[in-house]
Design a protein around this ligand. Structure first.
Ligand SMILES: [Cu+2]
Length: 123
């Protein structure tokens, strides 16, 4: 093997190694990992939200896990938050919200609006 060929192989190997290292770094440490977000749970049971008033931090993105304990589908909906997502019976969904300004944000269960009313309090 000639010297120049060895050199070329070495350079190719180094580039690949660097590329992999950068990719690994990007995979391991993305700027904001969804699993690192503060997480809050909201349950629908007997067509009512538990809790019906949930305190969340203002000024930061967070994950809201909505759990449906009822035997019928429900839809987490909020005009204030511009979110709408169906939760199947016994199922759960994740809704990413924020960063919110301090305040009160109403939400409801679209399929049982007479009982499924709640609000997020961002502070
Ligand atoms: Cu809806």
């Amino acid at each position: 093997m000639s010297l120049s060929r060895t050199h070329a192989l070495y350079r190719y190997g180094l580039r690949r190694l660097l590329g992999c290292a950068l990719l690994a770094l990007a995979l391991v440490a993305p700027p904001v990992c969804a699993d690192d977000l503060p997480q809050f749970e909201l349950t629908i049971e007997n067509h009512r939200w538990q809790p019906s008033e949930l305190k969340v931090p203002a000024g930061t993105k967070f994950k809201l896990v909505v759990i449906n304990q009822d035997a019928t589908p429900e839809e987490f909906e909020s005009i204030d938050l511009k979110r709408e997502k169906i939760v199947m019976p016994g199922g759960r969904i994740s809704v990413f919200i924020g960063p919110l300004a301090p305040g009160s944000y109403a939400f409801f269960g679209d399929f049982h609006q007479d009982t499924a009313q709640g609000r997020l309090i961002a502070e």
